[in-house]
Design a protein around this ligand. Structure first.
Ligand SMILES: Cc1ncc(COP(=O)(O)O)c(C=O)c1O
Length: 445
């Protein structure tokens, strides 16, 4: 007989049960919660041995909870899979998925580089003691201040996203050099290899990834990157080739998120490799790094089946190695990927408290103390949560609405950017502003 138990329910009447959860997790939940999730003898949800109800009591809600062991396991899984390729592999954590110092530190400890796209994320990487040379800086609209911070911090790779950015980056590097000479005396020759800033070009490969159109980024009319079809990417190679400030070492392409079909990656890799071959043929520029971005999908519902990291690595590694040989590229190509969501998404859940419960129009409305500020992504780009419609707490229709027959299962993997749009303006330390979720830093029971 299924037991009735409270996933979490605080509010004015204290903790009480609202959801029907079996003693074992129902299939739908087991597929999306951290693998350590279980129902305890008390009938409460446990994550990594921690009672969710106790966590909610201690820290308040909304509360983000991450399973540290699961994150460490995923980071190792990625690192091992990409260490075992027929070419050099490197995994880069897309920190926008969860830019929390403790989590970025875990990634760095596993040997991952870190991708940042805001000053906040750059600062998180610094606080997590990520070696500057292992930081990759992104952004389709980098300000001069962001370029200065990237150069000043010695970021290992800066990903150029537009022709306009080249001149601005060159100016920033020149200024940085002259400031340094003034402060420290004569510097090594400016064109010496170690003194030039390593950059990638972000390509717009013209690949329409098989995912929700809100989170597609590789199609021709994308705001990201330099087009292959319109010749902008090759124009950038020409522009950079004579510069003594920049060292163009590779190309990057990120075609979107929540990708379950690897064919789009293959198409992207082919387009990028042909571009690499053309850059050498036309301009004598040797590009030795290929970063295929992130995007590996995770399950938000039992019907979604994620591709394994091992399969991603094997498929990309084998294909890129073979295609490079066919194109006659010199050996020594390094293949990078930039996963975000697939490293941390399943490790995280958000706990809410139930407030007002009422019947209206034959439907039961259960209001929780969260909404757009703590889980924005579902509304902006639905990944397919079981909760079909939600009305943010901060609108007049605050609350969640379930389709007929759905259980109350307000538990979902933390979404990329859903929880942490920037360097966590929507996170709080326990005890701070009551409407900003706390993060119980990656618990392990
Ligand atoms: C440039 C870049 N790399 C990597 C990622 C990570 O994507 P995902 O979290 O889907 O793996 C993103 C996500 O937006 C991105 O913009």
């Amino acid at each position: 007989m299924a037991r009735q138990t409270g996933l979490l329910d605080t509010g004015r009447q204290g903790y009480r049960s609202v959801s029907m959860v079996d003693q074992v997790l129902p299939d739908g939940l087991a597929a999306v919660l951290p693998p350590s999730a279980r129902i305890s003898e008390k009938g409460n949800l446990e994550i990594a041995g921690c009672d969710a109800t106790d966590l909610a009591r201690e820290y308040g809600t909304p509360l983000y909870v991450y399973d540290e062991d699961h994150i460490r396991g995923r980071a190792r899984e990625y690192a091992d899979a990409f260490a075992d390729l027929p070419l050099d592999g490197q995994v880069v954590y897309a920190s926008k998925a969860c830019p929390i110092v403790a989590i970025v530190r875990i990634m760095a400890e596993a040997g991952l580089w870190v991708d940042v796209s805001t000053l906040g994320e750059l600062e998180v990487a610094r606080q997590a003691a990520v070696e500057p040379g292992r930081v990759v800086v992104h952004g389709n609209n980098k300000s001069d201040g962001e370029l200065e911070a990237a150069v000043g911090r010695g970021a290992g790779r800066i990903v150029i996203d537009s022709l306009d950015e080249i001149d601005r980056l060159v100016a920033v590097v020149r200024q940085f050099r002259s400031d340094r000479s003034r402060a420290e005396g004569p510097q090594p020759r400016s064109s010496s290899p170690g003194n030039r800033r390593k950059v990638y070009l972000r390509l717009t490969p013209g690949v329409v990834a098989d995912t929700h159109h809100y989170i597609r980024t590789g199609q021709e009319d994308s705001k990201f990157g330099l087009g292959l079809a319109d010749g902008q990417a090759m124009a950038a190679v020409e522009q950079i080739s004579g510069l003594e400030e920049l060292d163009l070492v590779g190309v990057h392409a990120h075609i979107g998120s929540q990708i379950f079909d690897l064919d789009s990656y293959i198409e992207t890799a082919d387009a990028a490799l042909e571009f690499i071959a053309d850059a050498t043929r036309l301009h004598g520029t040797r590009l030795t790094e290929l970063d295929l971005g992130g995007g590996l999908g995770i399950a938000y519902s039992p019907t979604q089946v994620a591709v394994s990291v091992a399969e991603l690595a094997r498929t990309l590694g084998d294909h890129v190695a073979a295609r490079s040989r066919e194109l006659g590229l010199p050996g020594g190509l390094r293949l990078l990927v930039e996963p975000g969501r697939s490293l941390v998404g399943r490790a995280g859940i958000t706990l809410y408290s139930v407030g007002v419960v009422k019947e209206s129009g034959g439907r039961r409305y259960v209001a929780v103390d969260g909404g757009m500020s703590d889980n924005i992504r579902v509304r902006s780009a639905p990944p397919g949560h079981r909760v079909s419609r939600r009305h943010p707490r901060h609108s007049r229709n605050g609350g969640i609405r379930l389709d007929d027959g759905e259980q109350l299962q307000h538990v979902a993997p933390a979404c990329c950017r859903a929880c942490f749009p920037r360097a966590s303006p929507n996170c709080r330390a326990p005890g701070e502003h009551p409407r900003r979720p706390a993060v119980d830093g990656a618990v392990t029971g």
